[in-house]
Design a protein around this ligand. Structure first.
Ligand code: PEP
Ligand code: CO
Length: 462
């Protein structure tokens, strides 16, 4: 068993913080539960349920993120915009895992560095919304806020926030986590058998040849090393996989915030790597207050309206001791805004000598509606924002250390463009998301290949 982290002083714990101190601040985006007693009962039950992750895993992820800050690793964070209770199925979970594993294989091979693999899953059930309510005709009902809060159908029963849904979300997260752990322990990610990772429709993809060539090259390299050493190369059958979600629903997060026997301080044990969404990132808000006291590595979405001064104050609050691996900024500016909005933020943080991991989310600043009423994203805008991010970091003397993506292993048609050049009329064919449009398998793999090409270009300009 690893040794406890006695070297870190408990003194670092903020004295005026507790898991519930966020309750004294203004909390945005929380649902109104009509039945206070039912809410209290659900939270009391959650407080007794076992955690989903351990403090040891959380601290080892923090170390990996510290490495990523120094350019020794690259972070791949991806998954659904919102998990659904119905989507807690073996095919959905294993296909999503396969895409992430394939992408990470492309990245490890192309970037020549280890990848930190983080899923947006096992807890990604609560969503921020632009309006508290929705009106259709004469009827106004609360907005759908994710399966952890209510259901999407436009009826009063479905839309009324139900605290028992938090218990169900915890259970579904545990089932997802259990299946992911079992798949990985069972050799699902074994490099000796990358063919296990193939999705059935890979064969038809225009990218299939490039991917297969790479898999063959890796297989050859593994066999070569095994022949040379006369024994099997171990550790190729295991990978680390971590979980993350937007820690939006603070009552839920609070009830899974615990102390553990061998590490000081408080851990959010519902996920390894929680993040604060753009709509709840106010420095004096309830979410920032909650996040400041937990020991997990944490991330914050940074949108186009954030000023350099606000960003520095956020660092002061969330990482006052400049701890390695602690703080990630996920910028999501949009392809048309990034060139203007990002450089002042990079300069301010670099000049101040502050340690953060910079990650690009090229999804959330590029959402639009089509003429036939679909919420979509154009692949070329996603690609453009990512490529610009690499260039802007290089120009500023900072480092882009990861990508944050919304993707699925299902053969959906939600984002336009990509190798198969999906058009607006294709969206009708397989649009399944209840919230944001996701990259399908092929588009996700294309993004991984593009990251490799762009990184090589930045490292060796023509
Ligand atoms: C999300 O990640 O699904 C999301 C809502 O992002 P943001 O907070 O950046 O808008
Ligand atoms: Co989203």
């Amino acid at each position: 068993m690893p040794t406890p982290d006695r070297t870190l002083r408990a003194v670092n714990l903020p004295a005026d913080w507790s898991p519930e101190s966020w309750r004294n601040r203004t909390a945005m985006q929380l649902p109104q539960y009509p039945d206070a007693r039912a809410l209290e009962e659900a939270l009391a039950e959650l407080r007794t349920l076992p955690p989903l992750v351990t403090s040891w895993e959380i601290l080892s992820l923090k170390q990996q993120l510290a490495d990523a800050q120094e350019g020794k690793r690259f972070l791949l964070q991806g998954g659904d915009c919102a998990e659904t209770f119905d989507g807690c199925r073996s095919d959905v979970i294993s296909n999503r895992l396969k895409v992430l594993l394939q992408m990470s294989l492309v990245l490890v091979h192309g970037l020549r560095k280890p990848v930190v693999r983080v899923g947006r899953f096992a807890g990604q059930y609560a969503k921020p919304r632009s309006a508290d309510s929705e009106t259709i005709g004469e009827v106004t009902l609360p907005s759908y806020r994710g399966d952890m809060v209510n259901a999407p159908d436009f009826t009063p029963e479905s839309r009324t926030p139900d605290p028992r849904r938090m218990i169900k979300a915890h259970a579904r997260s545990a089932m997802t986590m259990n299946f992911v752990r079992a798949l990985i322990d069972g050799g699902f990610a074994d490099l000796h058998h990358p063919e296990y990772w193939n999705l059935s429709w890979v064969g038809h993809s225009p990218l299939a040849d490039e991917y297969r060539r790479m898999v063959t090259a890796i297989g050859d390299a593994v066999r070569f090393m095994e022949t040379l050493s006369g024994s099997e190369v171990h550790n190729l059958n295991r990978v680390d996989f971590y979980t993350s979600h937007e820690a939006l629903l603070l009552p839920y997060e609070e009830s899974l915030t615990r102390q553990v026997p061998r590490h000081w301080g408080w851990f959010n044990l519902s996920t390894h790597y929680p993040w604060i969404g753009m709509r709840t990132a106010q420095v004096d808000g309830a979410h920032a207050e909650y996040f400041r006291g937990i020991r997990n590595p944490i991330a914050l979405k940074v949108g186009p309206s954030v000023t350099p001064d606000q960003l520095l104050r956020t660092i002061d609050l969330l990482n006052p001791e400049d701890e390695p691996g602690r703080l990630t900024f996920i910028h999501r500016m949009g392809a048309t805004g990034i060139a203007e909005k990002l450089p002042p933020l990079l300069d301010a943080v670099r000049r101040d000598g502050r340690r953060v991991l910079w990650v690009c989310d090229p999804m959330h600043g590029n959402t639009e509606s089509t003429s036939n009423g679909y919420k979509t994203r154009r692949f070329r805008n996603i690609r453009s924002e990512l490529e610009q991010a690499f260039e802007l970091h290089a120009a500023a003397g900072t480092r882009l250390g990861g990508a944050h993506l919304e993707l699925t292993g299902e053969d959906v048609t939600e984002c336009l463009g990509g190798a198969r050049e999906l058009t607006e009329s294709d969206l009708e064919r397989a649009y399944k998301s209840t919230v944001d449009p996701r990259l399908n398998y092929e588009q996700a793999l294309e993004i991984a290949m593009l990251i490799v090409r762009k990184q090589a270009q930045i490292a060796a300009p023509a």
